[in-house]
Design a protein around this ligand. Structure first.
Ligand code: PBG
Length: 329
């Protein structure tokens, strides 16, 4: 093997264009899905305090946001809704007049080329904030499946291109696939939140979506952060149930899980750079402790390097803008 002093690794780093040519991982706007929060009402653009730059948007403001994302080259948006009313059976989740259904119709009408992906879960719509139907202090897995399938169907009827179940109920992918297939939606793909951990990093999202559980936590259905082999089983099962894309969530503290998933499955791997991961960088850079652009690009590049094909991130639009300004990356 050639080694120092004959070999000098710095030759690949000395000149900027050589560094560019040697770069193994490049971010592109087309890597990203941009999550958006939609709320009832008109002319609302409510800032989400722990997520600077993110807003709860009424449908009229939604279009500007989606159009901007499209112009920046981002292929898809992921929609989350804040309902008018919350109740034990999450009625607005599968209501034809629900906020998400309305948002889908408006986007598909005005920006038809934007891929509209919907998060399929009940936590924003239940009064107790859990992701399924509650029986006593337990979440009833099997009773929840029907409502998740109904929710996914109502999204596709409204025009959603892709559904993304995130409730971590066993059998949810199968239940949704079966229902879509029976209703002329055989071609609608499922992005499964397959390895979704019970993470502290969802904190800011629960402020944004007003979806914190009113009792207990999600440890009875979301995964233990300590487990990686179990994540592989979750992914394997979701693939068997009909998932087209499998997701690891969160991303940053789970790069090993992303890498293992990339090696183990010949399916597109998505990774969710979640709210808390975003808020950390925002808070540190607001204090002048981090260079936001460099830190965000470093983190997102690492997620891609670990093996993610698709990155869901609140930074999507910023990154697309930064890439446009600095084409050399
Ligand atoms: C719905 C859902 C959550 C997130 C995405 N879908 C919240 C949760 O599971 O508590 C979190 C996203 C983020 O933190 O950015 N279940």
């Amino acid at each position: 093997m050639v080694a120092f002093p004959e070999l000098r690794m710095r030759r690949l780093r000395e000149l900027e264009p050589m560094r560019v040519l040697s770069r193994e991982t490049r971010l592109s706007p087309s890597d990203f899905i941009y999550p958006i929060f939609v709320t009832h009402g008109r002319d609302l653009r409510e800032p989400i305090e722990p997520m600077p730059g993110c807003y709860q948007l009424s449908v009229d403001h939604l279009l500007a946001e989606v159009t901007e994302a499209a112009e920046l080259g981002i292929p898809g948006v992921l929609l989350f809704g804040i309902p008018q009313n919350k109740d034990p059976r999450a009625r607005e989740a599968y209501d034809e007049q629900g906020i998400i259904q309305e948002a889908i119709r408006v986007i598909k009408q005005a920006v038809p080329d934007m891929l509209v992906i919907t998060d399929v879960c009940l936590c924003e719509y239940t009064d107790h904030g859990h992701c399924g139907i509650v029986d006593g202090d337990r979440v009833d897995n099997d009773a929840t499946l029907e409502l998740l399938a109904r929710t996914a169907l109502s999204h596709t009827l409204a025009g959603a291109d892709v559904v993304a179940p995130s409730a971590m109920m066993d059998g949810q992918v199968k239940a949704i696939r079966t229902t879509l297939d029976q209703n002329r939606f055989k071609d609608v793909p499922i992005i499964a939140y397959a390895a979704k951990y019970a993470s502290a990093f969802y904190g800011p999202f629960r402020v944004a979506a007003e979806s914190a559980p009113s009792f207990g936590d999600r440890g009875g259905y979301q995964m233990d952060p300590a487990n990686r082999r179990m994540a592989m089983r979750e992914i394997e099962l979701d693939i068997e149930e009909g998932a087209d894309v499998v997701m690891v969530k969160p991303a940053l503290a789970y790069l090993d899980v992303i890498a293992r998933a990339r090696d183990s499955f010949n399916y597109p791997i998505a990774a969710y750079n979640v709210s808390g991961e975003f808020s950390m960088l925002k808070a540190a850079s607001a204090n002048g402790w981090l260079d936001e652009q460099r830190a965000a690009v470093e983190v997102l590049t690492a997620i891609k390097r670990a093996g993610a094909d698709i990155i869901l991130s609140y930074y999507a639009k910023d990154v697309a803008r930064w890439l446009r300004e600095d084409g050399s990356r």
